[in-house]
Ligand binder design. Structure first.
Ligand SMILES: O=C(O)CCC(=O)C(=O)O
Length: 308
């Protein structure tokens, strides 16, 4: 926030105080640049807002967001209140200061009452102790096992960082080749001479959202349907597999059904937002991705999205 401590009229002083109050009330961290004390930073400010000489001015990630003048036009600080809410709430969640409850093998009744019937459609939780008896928990630790059982079966693989990124695509390949090239990242394409294969190998590969267990019943024998699935309304919709190398990311999205996500090998960081946050997560407005957010949560572009 750019301010000045000299030549300040009463109105300017009150505007600065008001903007600070709003930022602080919403727990938004900010840097105050007093141009009277740091005149060199005036040119930095003007570079970002050549048409605005009003103070105070608010900038996020080097972009002008608003001054007293524009904020008053926008219904008396309402836009700033929205901005503070977005920054505060998204910032709070990014810090990971709220964690979902961990439940050690809750009873069906407890799971149903506490996690499926709560207001708003359910409260997520992490269930521990529900998978130790799955053969997959030991067998799948060895990639050699998966190669041996299903290495020759053709599976769909997503190529690219994730489905919202340019250059993302899908390809069919044998599961064994996927494991070698994309999970273990051993260069199996050497000797094929195919320049295209070489280029594809460099993209991240993700066997994602695939009904692998319908396709390969030998692998279905390694998992057991958790009893909690019986609590859903109607039939089980689908049992999908996600299998990828470390660092794989799925963009923020919502699904039409309740989900149980069972982690067999490795670890996964899952970030959840309540349905009430949807407008501030800016879902795509058209196309096939209206269930996905336009925000890259690892690097949110707050300057572009607070205003829309
Ligand atoms: O694990 C992932 O990468 C995505 C999982 C997912 O999208 C889901 O469970 O709905």
């Amino acid at each position: 926030m750019y301010t000045t401590s000299t030549a300040a009229t009463l109105k300017l002083k009150s505007d600065i105080r008001r903007m600070k109050e709003l930022l602080e009330a919403k727990k938004v961290k900010y840097e105050e640049v007093d141009l009277a004390e740091q005149p060199a930073r005036r040119s930095e400010m003007l570079l970002q807002s050549p048409d605005f000489s009003d103070l105070p001015q608010l900038h996020v990630n080097g972009e002008f967001l608003g001054s007293t003048h524009t904020i008053q036009e926008l219904e008396d600080y309402n836009a700033l209140v929205d901005l503070c809410r977005d920054l505060g709430e998204i910032g709070g969640s990014l810090r990971g200061d709220q964690r979902v409850k961990v439940e050690a093998l809750p009873s069906l009744e407890q799971f149903y009452i506490e996690h499926m019937c709560s207001p708003g459609g359910g409260t997520p939780c992490v269930v521990t102790g529900a998978m130790q008896h799955w053969p997959a928990m030991t067998k799948w630790q060895q990639p050699g096992y998966l190669k041996e059982v299903a290495g020759l079966r053709t599976v769909p693989v997503e190529l690219g960082d994730h489905y919202l990124q340019d250059g993302w695509g899908q390809s069919l390949m044998p599961l064994g080749e996927f494991i070698v090239q994309h999970v273990l990242r051993e260069d199996a394409s050497l000797g094929t001479g195919a320049a295209e294969a070489q280029a594809a190998d460099q993209r991240r590969g993700y066997l994602a959202q695939h009904p692998l267990f319908e396709q390969i019943p030998e692998l279905a024998r390694d998992i057991l349907e958790p009893e909690y699935c019986s609590l859903g309304e109607g039939e089980m919709q689908v049992v999908n597999a996600w299998f990828g190398p470390p660092g794989t990311v799925t963009p923020l999205h919502y699904d039409p059904h309740h989900n149980l996500l069972a982690q067999v090998v490795g670890a996964k960081y899952v970030r959840l937002y309540p349905p009430s946050a949807t407008p501030r997560l800016y879902p795509f407005e058209q196309g096939l991705t209206t269930n996905s957010s336009q925000i890259d949560l690892d690097e949110p572009d707050l300057a572009s999205f607070w205003w829309k």
